[in-house]
Design a protein around this ligand. Structure first.
Ligand SMILES: [Zn+2]
Length: 217
């Protein structure tokens, strides 16, 4: 079973960047990480969320030995676009970064995959790791990520990039629980029902069955 750490950038006492209208980076990171986690779990992957001090995050990584460590952040400083940061632009973390970047581009143009050997969680983790800056929250770029459904879209995109790296096909979620059952007739004589069922089977419909119901006129 694959194990992934989805690291939630920042925490209550260090909420990261502050954007337009007082929007806090940590609040976005939480929602993105939550959806990313849900999507990965839906594909049978064990996910651990890390938070707290940088040391704590890395300690958990050392203990859990996940396949990948992905840290979720948002940017500030005025600008637009997403960024995927890694310790060095080498495989295997480069493949992870490329797959995630590809999924993010439809949501926010990419500023590229960048080497950041100075970042603690990238430097100290043992497994392939990357850090994602989804969008700038102190410029007009925030409009791409200030709503919950947009944050969830980023979370889903990151999950898709991770799944691709694990060579797991992404399974679309069905939006409804409704099933449309096909009936081909109702008969008083059971023999007629079995005859029609046999015809259906002969035509290749494997999943046929006879349902007994009371005829109330
Ligand atoms: Zn941050």
């Amino acid at each position: 079973m694959y194990k992934i750490i989805i690291d939630i950038g920042h925490h209550e006492n260090d909420s990261g960047a502050i954007g337009k209208n007082g929007i806090r980076e940590v609040d976005l990171n939480v929602q993105i990480a939550k959806e990313c986690t849900r999507q990965l779990q839906r594909h049978g992957i064990e996910v651990i969320n890390t938070s707290g001090t940088l040391q704590n995050r890395v300690q958990v990584e050392h203990l859990e030995q996940p396949n990948y460590f992905v840290s979720i952040h948002n940017n500030a400083g005025g600008g637009k676009g997403c960024e995927v940061l890694l310790y060095s632009a080498k495989y295997p973390q480069l493949e992870l970064a490329q797959n995630i970047e590809k999924e993010l581009i439809p949501l926010n143009a990419s500023r590229g995959i960048k080497e950041r050997p100075d970042l603690y969680v990238l430097k100290k983790t043992n497994c392939p790791a990357c850090l994602i800056e989804c969008a700038f929250i102190d410029s007009a770029n925030v409009e791409l990520i200030d709503e919950l459904h947009e944050q969830q879209a980023f979370g889903k995109a990151i999950a898709k990039g991770i799944l691709k790296t694990l060579k797991i096909d992404y399974i679309e979620e069905s939006t409804t629980n409704t099933l449309y059952r096909v009936c081909v007739g109702a008969y008083k004589d059971k023999n007629n029902a079995t005859k029609v069922q046999a015809e259906a089977k002969a035509k290749g419909f494997k999943d046929t069955y006879i349902l007994e119901v009371k005829d109330n006129g």
